[in-house]
Design a protein around this ligand. Sequence first.
Ligand code: PSV
Ligand code: MN
Length: 405
Amino acid sequence: MSHCQQAYDLLAAQLTDRGVDVEAVKAKLKAQHIETPSWGYADSGTRFKTFKQAGAAITIEEKLADAAMVHKVTGVCPTVAVHVLWDFKGDNISDVCAYADSLGVKIGAINPTLFQEDCYLGGSITNVDPKVRRHVVQHMLDSIEIGKQAGSDLLSLWFADGTNYPGQGDFRARKHWATECLQEVYAALPPGMRMLVEYKLFEPGFYHTDIADWGMAYVLCQHCGPQAEVLVDLGHHARGVNIEHIVSFLLDEGRLGGFHFNDARYADDDLTTGSVNPYQVFLIYCELVKAGELARNVAYMIDQSHGEKPKLEAMIQTVMSIQTAYAKALCVDYQRLAEAQASGNIVDAENTLIRAFNTDVEPLLCQVRVEMGLDPDPLAAYRASGYQARIEAERGIRESGGGLG
Ligand code: PSV
Ligand code: MN
């Protein structure tokens, strides 16, 4: 019997003793779906410089090939989020979709790019100039058409709208313009497509941001309709904000559309999910597990773009970190938690969470991967595949053609 198998048998017995249905947990882990971003395979860097990495993807075909490789070794990343202006040039959509199909992946969330043209200096949907607002709405409408052709059911919106100086803009006028623009876009959504509205505390505006927090995003979604939902990017909060509480609140309101996973120590750092605060990711997943059916449509997307780590390794590491958080959350004895909460036993309530968080779920995840026909160690499988050496040799170091570059 292998070491992996022995460790799994031991853990399964322990979990069963704790009242965890191990087969049900494994089924959930096999059904997990984490979307990777096309821009995570392209060159990126800091606000000060884009750094070129050997093998970084430039074309959408290369980004899809990289995403397909991540899916091949992890088995849980079958879709790829795209940024329209970076990934689609004109009418290549059906070719791109056919190519994605041939690789075993599909196009996921459609992200219009609403922040890189000169006209956006004064904002996009909150720009004082109606011509700019028309332009931005048109780009979102075009993105919906791309989504329809690509079979995507998510339009994911982030606006780099804000101001840098007190007095620069009229908050209420800007709010009304944002509402009007979003309502027009919402009206063009086909049935089944959802519009996700992402908020961000600050940046690029350093005085105010038009959609600065979940409450503002939520209100704008309410002004649109039930197909508009809030997107929670873990890096877009002030330090210390209780994100799992926000998640729970939005779930209860039926307005949690999805996540952009990453981690942050200072601001929107785009660090590896769980690298700074793994307990937070676990607690977020606990809320999702507890919410059951309420969480059925939540989209789990990574929003990270690494300049120093090898990009595919970073993505695989991130996927594994998210799997770990979910696996631990599935090992919580929620009945015991509820009983401890009801009887006011705070220590037991907290310890119920801590016991699951401290569980080494690696043998469980290894077993799940083996049962899915995968290598139990996706990172090792990637390293052994020779893919990195191949893309470095074939693509080399090139002028960046997209992504954040
Ligand atoms: C903005 O910081 C953001 O989080 C939005 O989701 C963008 O689409 C993405 O980053 C681009 O990297
Ligand atoms: Mn994001």
